[in-house]
Design a protein around this ligand. Sequence first.
Ligand SMILES: [Fe+2]
Length: 272
Amino acid sequence: MIPPSCLFGLGLRRPHHAEFLAGRVKVDFVEVISENFMVDGGRPAAVLAGVRRHYPVALHGVSMSLGTATGLNPAYLARLRALADAIDPLFVSDHLAWTGIDGVNSHDLLPLPYSEEALAVVARNIDQAQAALGRPLLIENPSTYLDFHASCMGEGEFLAALVARTGCGLLLDVNNIHVSAHNHGRDPLAELAAIPWPAVRQLHLAGPSRGHDGLLIDTHDSPVPAPVWALYGEVRRRAGPVAVMIERDDDIPPLTDLLDELALARAPLAAA
Ligand SMILES: [Fe+2]
C-alpha cells in the first residue's frame, strides 16, 4: 500500500507496550520485528492483535536471509505469510543481507558483493518471497563495514536492478547510508544518485555509535545525529510520500523522547 502522504511511526519495543496497547501514542503506524510475532498464540499474538486494533502495523524482518544462495526457507515464509494475513500489514520488509548458512542463523546482517551473480540470487529470492507472501516486499539497504573485490556496481545500482527485476519496493535506512558512506570514505549524497526513488516506501532514522578504528557501527542505541538529519532532508526532497520512523533497538529511552525525535522528522522540509 502506498501512503497518500507521509506517515510517521515508531517501532514497538517492550518498555512501551502498555502505551501502544492503550492506543495513547500519537503515531500513524507501528513497526514490529516480524520474528518476535511468528509464533502460535500466547502473549506475542495478544500484544500484536491489541496494537493492531489502534494502528496500522509494518512487519520488519531480520532473518529472511535474502542473500542466501540456496533459496529461502519455505517454512519461514509460510509463518510470515500467516502473520501477514492475520494483521494486513502496511508493509513487509527485510534486509539486503544474508543471515545464516545450513540452517544456522547468525543473527547478524551479513554483507554480500554487489555482483551480477549476487543480483541473480537475491532477485530469485525476492521472487520466491513475494510469491509465498502474496504481497510485495520492501528491501532495506544495509550498514556495511567492508567492500568486496567481486562488486561491479554500487549499492544504489544494485537496489535499482532488484526493483526493476522483481517489482519490490525499498525501505531506505538513512542512518545506514550515513554509516556505510562514512565507513567506505564515500560521499553520502552521491549514494543517493542511483536510488530508484519511486520504489521507496519507507524510511528508517537511527543513531549509530563509533567503534574503535573510527568505524561507525549500526547500533540503534542513540538519538538520530545531525549528519543523519541533514541526509534525511535530502532524502525527503527526493522521495514521494513515505512512511518515516525512528528505529531504536537498544538503550530504549522513554516514549516521550522518541516522540520528540519523531516531531523533528515531521517538521517541514525547510526545518528538517
Ligand atoms: Fe533500519
